[in-house]
Design a protein around this ligand. Structure first.
Ligand SMILES: *Cc1c(COP(=O)(O)O)cnc(C)c1O
Length: 384
């Protein structure tokens, strides 16, 4: 058996990353302290240019969080009361929350059992069943869960057919690719998050919207600053205070330098897990025409809760994303959904959990985690 690792195993190791680029981060932050332009300083423009080029779209509009990015995108389409938006119930609350905040109605559609992303065939089924809602369906928000892009070819085709917009929730997938294109460039508009634990994270809250559309970009820049017109005291629409801090832009600029290398490292860690855990757990599958940035490494086990307790006893942290699908949340009781409405999401929610995942996870630690998973299986043998 592998010896216990010397240090506690972190679920995500932001310290290892910081140690690598601490000097660059300090230099970037010092520049901001020297020029003092804390709101919409030059780093914000610089990071927007670099991120737009990275993704391969014309416009990047940074903002205060991934949630604001989703909200601003829906506001740019004038989503409001009487509208409905299709999305997945197996996601973080933000994805659906922004729909409700604007007075529109989320329509949930179940997921694919292999990728955990929204199932395009089920989107079509809902759109063909018009009695489902008296609201007007305006758009679709697919989520690239755990870093793997959703089925954009199929989803975009459905959207064209039914005249809907598609807003990619790329909060977990920034840096991933689908058929040679980067997440953020797969739909008319996309939103991402720079929350510290995301693949590209700052040291606080942050996010960005991506689009090729000049008209959407103009509306987004206005919505970001209280619906400003020619200046911030000319208000042409209702907006929000949604700006990205200059200091956070400075942090992203330093981290962007090593981001591609970190993605490679994440993919290496995921491959190693795949090899080590084969036959012990149901490991994740990435479709051949896309890549994942592994925001989470999520596995399935029918003995999930026992296994998580066992791992915890041996110092291996785990987490459940997500224990309760959104249609079963108290906040969404008003939509009238119930248990059994989205059986794939419900079944996955009972079996899924995530293992430590970050670019600096060492092979010995992964080996240790495997030994603990295996030990539990052997102990549990014969007990069903
Ligand atoms: C993190 C996350 C968000 C929200 O991002 P914040 O920056 O925390 O507001 C939205 N959608 C998904 C799928 C996420 O994982």
């Amino acid at each position: 058996m592998t010896a216990s690792p010397q240090k506690p195993i972190p679920f995500i190791d932001l310290n290892a990353q910081q140690q690598r680029i601490r000097d660059q981060i300090e230099t970037r932050i010092k520049t901001v302290l020297d020029h003092g332009k804390y709101i919409m300083g030059p780093e914000v423009r610089e990071v927007e240019e670099k991120l737009a080029a990275y993704v391969g779209v014309k416009h990047c509009i940074t903002c205060a969080s991934g949630t604001d990015a989703l909200l601003m995108a829906l506001m740019a389409y004038n989503v409001g009361p009487g509208d409905a938006i299709i999305t997945t119930p197996f996601t973080f609350i933000s994805t659906a929350e922004v729909i409700s905040l604007l007075g529109a109605r989320p329509i949930f559609v179940d997921i694919d059992p292999v990728t955990f992303n929204i199932d395009p065939a089920k989107i079509r089924a809902v759109l063909d069943n018009e009695i489902v809602t008296s609201s007007k369906v305006r758009g679709i928000i697919p989520v690239d869960l755990f870093g793997q892009p959703a089925d954009y070819e199929e989803i975009n085709a459905i959207a064209r057919e039914y005249d809907l917009f598609v807003l990619e929730d790329a909060a977990q997938s920034f840096g991933a690719e689908y058929r040679g294109k980067k997440c953020g460039a797969l739909t008319e508009v996309a939103a991402t998050s720079f929350f510290p634990a995301k693949p590209l994270g700052c040291y606080g809250d942050g996010g960005a919207v991506f689009t090729d559309s000049d008209a959407l970009a103009d509306r987004l820049r206005s919505i970001r600053v209280h619906g400003k017109g020619s200046d911030k005291y000319d208000n042409v629409r209702i907006g929000i205070n949604g700006r990205f801090d200059t200091l956070q832009a400075a942090v992203i600029l330093a981290k962007l330098e090593i981001f591609d290398e970190e993605i490679q490292l994440r993919q290496k860690v995921a491959r190693r897990y795949g090899d080590l855990l084969k036959g012990l757990l149901e490991t994740p599958t990435v479709k051949p025409d896309r890549t994942s940035v592994w925001a989470q490494y999520s596995v399935l086990s029918s003995q999930r809760d026992n296994l998580m307790t066992h791992l915890k006893e041996h110092g291996v942290p785990t987490a459940i994303y997500y224990p309760k699908p959104l249609h079963l949340q108290t906040a969404y009781q008003y939509l009238g959904y119930g248990a059994g409405d989205f059986p794939v999401s419900e079944s996955i929610a009972q079996r899924i959990f995530s293992l430590p995942m970050h670019p600096y996870l060492q092979p010995e630690v992964q080996e240790f985690i495997k030994e603990k998973v295996k030990g539990k299986r052997e102990k549990g043998k014969g007990k069903g």
